[in-house]
Design a protein around this ligand. Structure first.
Ligand code: HEC
Length: 100
């Protein structure tokens, strides 16, 4: 094999590696943006749907071991869909007691 073809093989390998790295990074960014969006939406839902009957509960008053059960209990009262509930929980996870 000539030096030249060895070189082009190396270039191809390098390019394909950086290509996958770039793709992985992009997916990461999209994922992060999606979760930032659902935290924000979850926060808005929480503020809009959960203070109709009582003052807003401090998210830090309960742990994430407690919140899903509490929100389940309130789901019918607040008339929220499963998807809205999931977003509210995504938000609560960022503020809950003992959050990681
Ligand atoms: C239709 C009225 C209503 C809406 C809307 C409502 N709640 Fe409540 N919530 C209550 C009542 C009444 C209580 C107290 C009685 C009870 O605990 O069942 C309560 C109690 C709670 C408690 C304390 C429970 C406990 O066991 O100490 C939490 C936490 C709570 N609500 C969270 C929420 C969240 C989160 C939402 C929004 C998803 C929400 N609530 C929406 C009526 C409502």
């Amino acid at each position: 094999m000539s030096k030249k073809s060895l070189f082009s093989i190396a270039v191809v390998i390098l390019l394909s590696c950086s290509g996958t790295m770039f793709a992985a990074k992009q997916i990461d960014t999209v994922k992060n943006k999606a979760s930032v969006d659902s935290v924000k939406t979850g926060n808005e839902l929480y503020v809009n749907k959960c203070k109709r009957c009582h003052k807003l509960k401090d998210p830090a008053k309960y742990t994430m071991a407690q919140w899903p059960g509490l929100v389940n209990k309130m789901q019918k009262r607040a008339k929220i869909t499963d998807q809205e509930k999931a977003m509210i929980l995504t938000y609560l996870a960022t503020e809950a007691k003992n959050k990681k």
